[in-house]
Write a protein that binds this ligand. Structure first.
Ligand code: BTN
Length: 256
């Protein structure tokens, strides 16, 4: 059954929430709603997605039991500041999972820019899609997929789920946590004005800083040491000659 309506939550009353049983993609639904005039600050969740979207045009396998949630925001920040939003989102998801597990889980880490790994395997993916609307406003769908029950088989990287790792959580409770932590982290990030706090929270939870990595870019693979991230959210790579390069998007692999 599809429930469309407002869910009232005492702590953070500023987001509405639509809960669906099945949809193509919660991100796609957010952007459709925006085109039809929705004013944003709206969460869309679905039990199943039949056309879940991943980064770089990949499919996101979306079986029942996992969490599929998207937050629609309108005109959240100017373009430059928007680039650092993924960092705030990753911190929010990390905090939500940690709160639901009720422990400081050392193996739960953010992989640049905004994947979450549990014990070195992918647990969560985040996809932020932006669309300029006819009226000139910017609609942004922040999509979060967490493997709660099952870990889809993906050739590119190892995957896991919370249940597989021994954490018997469910998607609904995790979403309730995310609802709160996302609101808090977006408030801290504050359209980019609170970036220094977001960066500090991100670095605390990140893996691989200071380690040798390989980054797959659209047309090449580059290697070096993961030096840090800059204040636009780019990865700073230091190669064997000591030269720094700045990477805005790519798939990171750790070199053992
Ligand atoms: C990735 O490739 O790592 C990003 C995956 C993002 C998946 C989520 S699930 C909810 C939202 N709806 C989608 O179609 N994709 C995102």
């Amino acid at each position: 059954m599809e429930k469309r309506g407002e869910n009232s939550r005492a702590t953070t009353p500023n987001y509405r929430h639509i809960e669906l049983d099945e949809i193509d993609s919660t991100n796609a639904e957010c952007l459709r709603l925006a085109k039809n005039g929705d004013e944003g600050n709206l969460w869309v969740t679905s039990k199943v997605q039949n056309s879940g979207r991943g980064r770089r045009g990949r499919e996101w396998m979306s079986e029942s039991g996992n969490l599929f949630a998207s937050l629609l925001l309108i005109n959240v920040a100017d373009l430059r500041n928007q680039a650092t939003l993924p960092l705030a989102v990753a911190v929010a998801v990390h905090r939500a999972i940690e709160a639901e597990i009720q422990a400081d889980v050392r193996g739960l880490q953010i992989k640049w820019p905004n994947d979450l790994l549990l014990n070195g395997k992918k647990l969560c993916g985040i996809l932020i899609e932006v669309e300029k609307l006819a009226n000139g406003t910017n609609a942004l769908a922040i999509g979060v997929g967490v493997n709660v029950s099952t870990a889809p088989n993906i050739a590119l990287y190892p995957t896991t789920s919370l249940v597989v790792e021994g954490y018997l959580l469910n998607a609904e409770n995790l979403f309730a946590r995310l609802y709160k932590t996302m609101s808090e982290e977006l408030e801290i990030w504050d359209g980019g004005r609170g970036l220094h706090k977001t960066l500090a929270a991100w670095r605390l939870r990140a893996c691989g800083i200071g380690q040798p990595i390989k980054v797959n870019l659209p047309n090449e693979t580059v290697k070096g040491v993961f030096f840090d991230i800059d204040d636009t959210g780019q990865l700073i790579l230091k190669d064997s000659m000591g030269k720094f390069s700045y990477i805005a998007a790519g798939d990171v692999f750790f070199e053992n």
